[in-house]
Design a protein around this ligand. Structure first.
Ligand code: HEM
Length: 118
């Protein structure tokens, strides 16, 4: 089974993305990035993107990670913070620690494309 299937497919990813975004938007160090953004559109893309990233159906039709984040000035620390929220979300949803590690490792691969301030 690939990571997408192990997590529980699209319904599980949808729940995880909702909860993950609530955490990110509630974080005073991150919330300003999303002011004035169409958060429901980002969430929808995030959901499709996770599907592709975790070897599920290739349904993502948004921008590349480099293009989507270019000019935002995201720092290493902010990236790490977002990942921490994702980890906490997966722990909260009682995802097995080894599976959560696998998901986080995949997302770590995007760090260089998303972080602009090192
Ligand atoms: C952890 C890995 C991350 C992933 C997988 C990810 C994924 C995505 C995706 C799929 C989109 C939608 C792109 C589109 O609609 O074409 C997006 C947009 C966005 N992301 Fe991320 N992101 C990550 C980290 C971050 C971080 C660390 C921040 C800020 C602290 C951030 C802020 C944003 C913002 C503000 C947008 C909207 C940009 C716009 O529409 O102009 N993201 N992200």
């Amino acid at each position: 089974m690939n990571l997408y299937e192990q997590l529980g497919g699209d319904p599980a990813i949808a729940v995880a993305v909702e909860s993950f975004y609530s955490r990110v938007l509630a974080d005073p160090e991150l919330a300003r990035y999303f002011e004035g953004m169409d958060v429901s559109a980002i969430k929808r893309h995030q959901r499709d993107f996770f599907s592709v990233l975790l070897d599920g159906p290739e349904i993502y039709d948004g921008r590349s990670m480099r293009n989507a984040h270019s000019g935002l000035g995201i720092t290493e620390a902010e990236y790490t913070r977002v990942l921490r929220h994702l980890r906490d979300t997966l722990d909260d949803l009682r995802v097995e620690p080894e599976l959560a590690d696998g998901v986080i490792r995949r997302i770590e691969l995007l760090r260089a494309a998303i972080v602009e301030i090192r």
